[in-house]
Design a protein around this ligand. Structure first.
Ligand SMILES: [Zn+2]
Length: 218
């Protein structure tokens, strides 16, 4: 789910929040070095940038940091040996890093006293290992992978008797994510794959494209 929202530019970076009239400050609240768009939040901000530089082949760094976000995610998931120095389970590690980068960004802004002392990369390696061994259900991450690369990883987890459930969590004016989670909540497990966007989501996506100059209804 998370990677789907990233691919569709629906995570609420400050640039996106400005577009929706939720704030008037697009700057990154962690480093204040630039506006916080998706690329900055997940590739360029200080901690995530340092992490990527340790993991990506030196001759691929320029390409890694300059690709369009959607193409970048697809490349990392579908050709997992292309960018990393160590390609083993790169798709899982890559998704874990993105997820943890966003969690840590939100912790920094909304609960700075509650931040973990564990580094972003260390947390992500741990999450990857948990997913790999199927000892813990990293369901949100894998549903994100599911929407981009297929169902293989999730099926592995289900075959190992993971406990899978959907919970709807209210998200600030993010009607597309709200609708998608509500739809998923009522679908039969173990999984349901949409070949086309569900009509209610498509309508919201089309409506979302015009958001920006006027007020937003939740
Ligand atoms: Zn930053």
């Amino acid at each position: 789910m998370f990677l789907w929202t990233v691919c569709n530019n629906h995570i609420f970076t400050n640039v996106e929040r400005v577009r929706r009239n939720l704030t008037d400050n697009p700057r990154c609240m962690i480093c204040d070095a630039s506006d916080e768009d998706v690329s900055h939040a997940l590739r360029e901000c200080v901690e995530i940038n340092a992490g990527w530089l340790h993991l990506v082949k030196p001759d691929k760094v320029l390409e890694f940091f300059s690709m369009d976000i959607r193409a970048w995610i697809y490349k990392n998931l579908l050709v997992p040996s292309y960018f990393p120095i160590q390609a083993e389970d790169w798709d899982l590690l890559f998704g874990s890093i993105l997820w943890n980068a966003w969690l840590m960004r939100n912790q920094h802004i909304f609960n700075p006293d509650g931040r973990s002392r564990e580094s972003l990369i260390s947390q992500s390696y741990r999450m990857r290992d948990e997913a790999r061994s199927a000892l813990s259900p990293v369901v949100v991450l894998l549903l994100g992978l599911l929407s981009v690369i297929g169902v293989n990883r999730l099926l592995v987890g289900l075959n190992k008797n993971w406990e899978v459930s959907f919970n709807w969590v209210n998200r600030q004016c993010n009607s597309v994510v709200d609708k998608l989670v509500k739809i998923a909540k009522d679908l039969p497990l173990p999984f349901y794959r949409f070949l086309d966007s569900p009509t209610p989501v498509l309508d919201l996506l089309n409506g979302d494209a015009g958001v920006g100059s006027s007020s937003v209804s939740c």
